[in-house]
Each structure stands twice: as structure tokens, then as C-alpha cells.
Design a protein around this ligand. Sequence first.
Ligand SMILES: Nc1ncnc2c1ncn2[C@@H]1O[C@H](COP(=O)(O)OP(=O)(O)OP(=O)(O)O)[C@@H](O)[C@H]1O
Ligand SMILES: CC(=O)N[C@H]1[C@@H]2OC[C@@H](O2)[C@@H](O)[C@@H]1O[C@H](C)C(=O)O
Length: 380
Amino acid sequence: MDIREGLRTVVGLMSGTSMDGIDAALLRTDGRDRVEALAFLTIPYDDGFRAALRGCLGGIGPVEAVERALTDAHADAVGRLLHQAGAAARDIDLIGFHGHTILHDPDNPDPGRRRTWQIGDGARLAAATGIAVVDDFRSADVAAGGQGAPLVPLFHRALAHGLPRPLAVLNIGGVANVSWIGPEPAEGEEAEGRGEAGVVACDTGPGNAPIDDWVLRHGLGRFDADGALAAAGRVDGPALAALMAHPYFDRPAPKSLDRDAFDPAPVAGLSAADGAATLTAFTASSVARVVPHLPAPPVRWLVCGGGRRNSTLMRMLADRLGVPVDPADLVGWDGDALEAQAFGYLAVRSRLGLPLSLPATTGVPAPTCGGAFHVPGPNI
Ligand SMILES: Nc1ncnc2c1ncn2[C@@H]1O[C@H](COP(=O)(O)OP(=O)(O)OP(=O)(O)O)[C@@H](O)[C@H]1O
Ligand SMILES: CC(=O)N[C@H]1[C@@H]2OC[C@@H](O2)[C@@H](O)[C@@H]1O[C@H](C)C(=O)O
């Protein structure tokens, strides 16, 4: 593929930490400041596959077999997305394939064990779809000394033109992460060349994962639909204080988390509703706790990811942040599609040799590109 200037038609694929399914987005982008969303779909995992994926967390279990099945499910998602959009494989320049994170340990004191691991076989996906694939977006950043996450901030910055600054874009998936986007570059100032002053990022703390796990354990479904269970409960102050005592919240940005970084023991004795309320407050309080770590308080928060559908969580966020907190859809973004779109955008950046991460987004010592490239070939 000749990928130099101009818009490319790409597919972005994300399997997020909530393990709900595959998000697939079709977009056109130049990997810089132009993004046109074209189509999006989610293919939910069935309970059996979700359990298999859960069994691989930590890098254990039948990882290779699950990786093959995951890759084939992504190939199926690409086929369905193209069918929905009336497009063919030959119309697509590139796929950005995030894969599924089964281990994220960029801070291991033993440098030999410092790693991040996304399963997903890019060569197999390229062979199955006939489309070139970029995968393994995070390893280069971790190898260079960064957190390897979050990687969406440069995409958020690309979308944020014209919105009031400082702006916070908050993704509430299994884990929650924020992109702080500072003042617009001055007229004529090249976005790529203006260093890193424009964006700061980190994982804020838990997102939906502890709430999902709690609801599942109580046999009340896979998630707290609209936050109804939490709304029926009472936040337990001591339990919330115990959860917020975790040293992660004192660490400056950039910083990142694995899915199961927090021990929910403080809520163990609570009723289902009080536990849900307390864990929901935990997510909201940990977002508010990040504000002192940002260069200046955001004037507005735009929320994407499944957590924006939890109105109890959105209310708790608004109470704690004291400025407008809105679903990102309110400014015309698709709050479900952003992460998948981001990995299509980052795939183009990878091919252009542009940074995927900056010192202020992952703590990497210098702006760093990344990703591994696979061209279609025989599936061996
Ligand atoms: N109607 C709803 N009410 C409450 N919560 C919801 C609703 N719909 C989705 N969610 C929550 O959103 C989660 C899925 O969010 P999302 O797809 O953004 O996560 P992800 O992309 O897998 O995670 P990450 O961003 O950490 O990689 C579900 O697990 C659930 O907790
Ligand atoms: C290691 C990993 O997969 N991290 C995910 C996870 O899910 C949300 C948060 O934790 C974020 O850091 C990241 O995903 C988004 C897409 C990112 O890299 O920006």
C-alpha cells in the first residue's frame, strides 16, 4: 500500500477490557487531523467465549486456542462490517487490530517481566480478510519505558478541534481513562510539531469492571443496566474510603492499569444494591481524584464507552466534577465507536511512522511509534 498523504479507508477493531464483544469501525482518515466515520458495529461475545477469554487473563490457560478463535471472530466482524457498509476488501487500505489485553504489567520491578500482552494474530487476520493489518500497538511503548496505555489520546485530540479547552475526554469501559486536551495550537502551528503540551492522559482507575463483576456474582445480569441497582443502594462511606486508599490515586499521570488491579474486598459484606452504589461511587471518585494531577481543571467532560449509559454513574460524576459532564454523542461523536475508530486511526499513524504515544500520554521518554505490520499471505 502506498500510504503517504491523503485519506485512507481503514477498519479499526477493539476487544475491550469489559469483554463484552468486538467493536468494529470503518472510517476514512489521514492519521493526522482528518477523520470521517463511516460505519460501526458491535458483535457480542457469547457466554462460553467470554468465559474462555476470562480464563486467559494474566496470560494463563489455553491462550493459543483462544487467540485463534478471537482472531477468527475478528475476521468475521470485518466481513459483517464491510457487508453492512456495502464495501469490499479491496476498498480497504488497512485494518488496525487491537486484540484483547490479557496481561498489562508495564511497572514490574523486574525489567524482564515488564510487558503488555494483547492476544490476536495479525498475520492470520490479514490472511483471512485479504487486507493488510497493523497489530501489537502497545509493546514498543512499553519496551521504550512507557505505560503502553492509554493510546486513544492522540485520536481524541484529533477530534476535539473547536471544542472549549481544557477539555477532558473520559472513556469508561472496563477500566476508565482520561485524555486532557489543552489549548488549540496557534494559527499555523503544526499539530505534530507542537510537542506534547496539548495533551495529558492516564487511566483514572476502575471503570465498569468491578460493577460488572459484582452484578454477575449476585446473579443479577452482566452489568447494572442504567445504574438502577446502584440507584437503589446507599454508598458505604468507610468502604469507599478503603477503596480510595489505594496508592494508585496519588501517582501522577501518566499511569495505567490492568483490568483487575483493585481488590473489591471492602464491599464484600454489603447488600447487592449498596455494593453497586459503592463501586459506582468508587469509579466516579477516582475520576474526580485525577483532576489535581491534570495541568488545569477541564471546563467540560465528554464521556464515551459503555459507562455513559449508567445514569447513576453520570450523576455521581457531575456531582463530583462540578462542570458539565456529557455523553460524547452530544458533540456528534459515536461514544461506542471511538476506541475502535482510534485503532484504525493509529494503524495509519503506524504506517506513516508518526507517534502513537507521547511522554505526557504514556510516560514514554520520547514520542514513539509502534505496531507490527502484516500483509495478506498464505495462512500457515
Ligand atoms: N445500558 C447500560 N447501563 C449501564 N452500563 C452499561 C450499559 N451498557 C453498557 N454498559 C457498561 O459498559 C460496559 C462496556 O463498555 P465498553 O464497551 O466501553 O468497554 P470496553 O471497550 O470493553 O472496555 P475498555 O474501554 O476498558 O477497553 C459494559 O460492561 C457495562 O458495564
Ligand atoms: C492495556 C490496555 O489494554 N488498556 C486499555 C484498558 O481499557 C481502557 C484503559 O484500560 C486504556 O488504558 C486502554 O485502552 C484504551 C483504548 C487506550 O489505550 O487508550
